[in-house]
Design a protein around this ligand. Structure first.
Ligand SMILES: NC(=O)c1ccc[n+]([C@@H]2O[C@H](COP(=O)([O-])OP(=O)(O)OC[C@H]3O[C@@H](n4cnc5c(N)ncnc54)[C@H](OP(=O)(O)O)[C@@H]3O)[C@@H](O)[C@H]2O)c1
Length: 252
């Protein structure tokens, strides 16, 4: 296999029932990548996405599994890996740690400690646990791709409070560290940092936040497909590692 051959690989995408995760699943399926997809509460959306992918990409004969996981609970992540072992006979070659959560509380005085801890658990701690579940397999085959879904919040921007910023900023720390430690195994580690992506559970459309939408220099929201474009580019481009790619319509 060449450095960037991804057909036949297995990708784990968490939060694939949501806007960005589903778009990533569609794009990787187009490249012939087998999929282990997770959802938390929205089984109906997950089933619809899988049916759609299977209908569109019959030529690849894809192996697709779905797993219900609350990524805030380590034992559920462990159970998911056992299911993946059974259904795919291997651990993932590609990890897209995308499942995320962010209750909008801009004012630090109003962020309860419990909300801070919960947000860190879902957005940061889960990614650490997920990496531990895939990294030995990636090291042993000397090939892997790890991509975290971060946010403009990691760089201090965005519409949410510091609990969300901390959870996403922590991902950049993990990403930078792992990119240096894992390069010798041909494992690339990057994050994508979007802002104001519409058609998602986090942001349905521009009308939901008119002032913020109006401040985007490009004059529109981003799309889940554009976010997936960046993820797919990273999966296809193993020479790029240690990068946080801002996708924000000109916002800083
Ligand atoms: N939309 C934006 O503008 C934007 C900007 C910056 C960063 N992001 C990041 O992009 C990622 C994807 O979000 P999205 O915009 O696509 O929103 P979304 O449509 O709401 O998707 C969120 C996904 O995460 C899953 N999820 C939420 N809590 C979970 C938990 N405790 N355990 C497991 N899965 C959980 C959801 O599952 P169920 O629906 O099945 O419950 C859903 O699949 C997130 O990490 C988010 O922080 C989004």
């Amino acid at each position: 296999m060449s450095f960037n051959e991804i057909k036949g690989r297995l990708a784990l995408i968490t939060g694939a029932s949501g806007g960005i995760g589903a778009a990533c699943a569609h794009q990787l399926a187009q490249h012939g990548v087998n999929l282990a997809l997770t959802y938390s509460t929205n089984l109906t959306a997950m089933q619809t996405i899988v049916t759609d992918i299977q209908l569109k990409h019959t030529e690849h004969k894809l192996r697709i599994s779905i797993h219900q996981v609350d990524v805030g609970t380590a034992s559920q992540i462990e159970k998911m890996f056992q299911q993946i072992d059974a259904e795919h006979g291997q651990r993932p070659d590609i990890l897209i740690s995308n499942a995320g959560y962010g209750k909008r509380i801009p004012d630090v005085s109003e962020i309860p400690l419990e909300e801070f801890d919960y947000t860190i658990n879902i957005n940061l701690r889960a990614s650490f646990i997920l990496v531990k579940g895939v990294v030995d397999h990636m090291k042993s085959q000397k090939w892997g791709r790890i991509i975290f879904m971060s946010s403009i919040a990691a760089q201090g921007g965005g519409i949410n409070g510091c609990h969300y910023a901390a959870s996403k900023g922590g991902l950049t720390g993990i990403m930078k560290n792992l990119s240096t430690r894992l390069a010798e195994y041909s494992i690339s580690v990057n994050d994508v940092a979007p802002a104001m992506i519409g058609d998602t559970g986090m942001l349905s459309n521009a009308a939901a936040f008119p002032e913020v939408a109006a401040s985007i220099p490009l004059g529109r929201l981003g799309t889940p497909e554009e976010t997936a474009n960046v993820v797919t580019m990273l999966v296809n481009t193993g020479y790029m590692t240690g990068q946080s790619l801002l996708l924000a319509g000109g916002l800083k």
